[in-house]
Each structure stands twice: as C-alpha cells, then as structure tokens.
Write a protein that binds this ligand. Structure first.
Ligand code: AMP
Length: 170
C-alpha cells in the first residue's frame, strides 16, 4: 500500500486557509491500485459484520459502491440536502471545513439490521457522527466505520464507540 500513499496529493489551504486537503482521486486513476484497495477493504471485518453499507456523498460513493459490488453487500446512501425524494431522516453536522446536513431515505434504512459506514476520509468525525445519529434514529446497529484515509492528529475516532478502520493513517 506504499504506492497508495504516493497517489494521494496534498493541497494546502484548500478549500479554506489552514486545511491540508487530501485529494484521493489519483487512486481511481490507477486501476490496479484501486482494485487492490477495494479487494482489501471488502475483506475488512467491519464489512463482513454488516448486512449493508451506507456510503456518504460524494467521494464515499466511489469506494462504497465498489466495495458493495465486491463484497456482495447492498448499499444505501447518505446524501446532501435536497437530493433524496420521499421521506427522509435528516441531521446537521460540522466537518473540518464547514457545516452541512445529510439525509437517508427512511424506507432504505428500514430494510437492513446492521450497517458499515464507508467514506473516503475521516477527519474530525463530524460527518460520520451525523450518519451515526441518522442510523440511531432508526434503532439499527452500526457494525463500524471503514475509510481509505484517517487523519490521525484530528482523533475523529474518539467520537465513536464502534470499530473504526482505515487503510492509511496519516
Ligand atoms: P470530518 O467530518 O471532519 O471527519 O470530514 C470528513 C469528510 O470531509 C469526508 O467526507 C472527507 O471527504 C471530507 N474532508 C474533511 N477533511 C478533509 C481533508 N483534509 N482532505 C480531504 N477531504 C476532507
């Protein structure tokens, strides 16, 4: 996974001053590394212990849907405001560089008993905490969180009482 790290580019002061933005899109421009990464993430116990995956808009969709295909687990999505039709659960959150809200279709969340949350990167944990609150509203179990990258200094994992797994801690 040494090559994986080399494919992640850091942009300083983006999208705001003081943020070191990790651009993970280089990973999907290398199909062999992307494939290796997805095979590895699909075998993670967080995925194995879940009935379905919840992936977070937008970069979480890239990794979540590939894992869903490989691990043969259904996937539902947590989306930004105004994107989902029908009845939704909605919660607000703060992330490393702003605030927003996420929604999940009520009907989709009712279908499965336990969920693995998948995203590209864990920073402060605000985004995943929002998804956690959404899942808790439905009373369903959280098998854990799986991300490609974890920004270790921000200690986002301390917010959670479920397993937190990442391929790269930087
Ligand atoms: P947080 O809620 O602070 O854990 O932020 C995680 C979410 O924001 C993920 O969906 C990331 O895509 C994005 N994000 C936060 N900080 C960064 C960063 N330094 N580089 C790239 N993406 C980030």
């Amino acid at each position: 996974m040494e090559k994986l790290e080399s494919l992640i580019k850091t942009y300083y002061d983006f999208p705001k001053k003081g943020i070191a933005f990790k651009d993970l899109l280089g990973i999907i421009q290398d199909s062999e590394i992307f494939r290796e990464l997805i095979l590895r993430m699909s075998l993670n116990h967080v995925i194995k212990n879940s009935e379905a995956i919840i992936s977070i808009e937008a970069r979480g969709f890239i990794f979540g849907s590939a894992i869903s295909l490989q691990a043969r687990k259904p996937m539902i999505v947590a989306r930004k405001p105004g994107k989902l039709p029908g009845e939704v659960f909605q919660e607000n959150y703060h992330l490393e560089y702003g605030s927003n809200s996420l929604s999940i279709e009520k009907g989709a969340l009712e279908k499965f008993s336990s969920y693995a949350i998948v995203d590209d990167l864990l920073a402060t944990g605000g985004t995943v905490d929002c998804v956690t609150r959404l899942i808790n509203k439905s009373g369903k179990k959280i098998a854990g969180l799986l991300t490609v990258v974890e920004l270790i200094e921000l200690n986002g994992r301390s917010k959670f009482d479920f397993p937190v797994e990442s391929v790269l801690s930087i």
